[in-house]
Design a protein around this ligand. Structure first.
Ligand SMILES: C[S@@+](CC[C@H](N)C(=O)[O-])C[C@H]1O[C@@H](n2cnc3c(N)ncnc32)[C@H](O)[C@@H]1O
Length: 201
């Protein structure tokens, strides 16, 4: 049975499709962070992780919130560089329709959705809220995971509270504050390692 890994990153990126690919960190509202997180979530050296689902909600001007989901099993044509990922996010924003979810390109879905709706839809999974001051990951059982992360700033207190109300566990990788994309790479490595150890024993 495939164990899926879900990652959510809160984003302040712009919600209009006119993305300047030469200015992802500036006028696009730190879309570079989302692109790097997507890279870390899916790409192996020669291939893509089919058991990963990546979620983000863009909160920037002018049309927030816009929810985007990428599914590894269906993802096609996107390459791992920030520019390519940003182009596909732009295509999703172009096809956005506030009345229904659209598959903008293979494996990429776009819809109007709040953070609370996302938590509600995924309450069959276990939420893990990534936080430097949480419980050390080596003491936490990771099962059907849905990881929640901030971007260059932490998730706001009201969203953290909402996640905790949905049963999220606070999990720490270290006391040092890492980039969100690095946290995702570490989480993938950690789960890979644990899966390999469990399959050997
Ligand atoms: C760049 S950090 C946010 C920066 C910082 N916490 C702040 O003052 O806003 C982005 C996100 O990565 C996650 N994160 C960073 N370092 C972590 C660590 N050592 N353990 C667990 N999560 C971490 C948290 O979810 C955080 O919101």
């Amino acid at each position: 049975m495939t164990t899926y890994r879900h990652f959510y990153v809160k984003s302040r990126a712009k919600t209009s499709p006119d993305i300047n690919l030469k200015d992802l960190p500036g006028s696009a509202g730190r879309l570079d962070i989302v692109a790097r997180c997507i890279n870390a979530a899916f790409w192996l050296s020669y291939g893509i992780r089919k058991n990963v689902v990546f979620h983000t909600i863009l909160h920037g001007e002018p049309n927030a919130p816009i929810y985007i989901r990428l599914e590894g099993e269906k993802l096609r044509k996107v390459s791992p560089d920030e520019r390519s990922i940003a182009i596909f996010i732009g295509k999703a924003l172009k096809k956005f329709d506030s009345s229904k979810e659209i598959e903008s390109t293979p494996g990429i879905f776009v819809a109007r959705k709040s953070f609370e709706e996302l938590l509600e839809e995924n309450r069959d999974k276990n939420f893990y809220l990534l936080d430097e001051n949480g419980e050390d990951i080596s003491n936490v059982e990771i099962k059907t995971p849905f990881f929640l992360l901030g971007d260059n700033v932490d998730m706001p207190p009201e969203e953290k509270k909402l996640a905790l109300d949905y049963g999220a566990k606070l999990v720490s990788l270290d006391k040092k504050s890492y980039l969100s994309s690095h946290c995702i790479a570490i989480l993938n490595w950690w789960i890979d390692k644990n899966e390999q150890e469990n399959s050997i024993s």
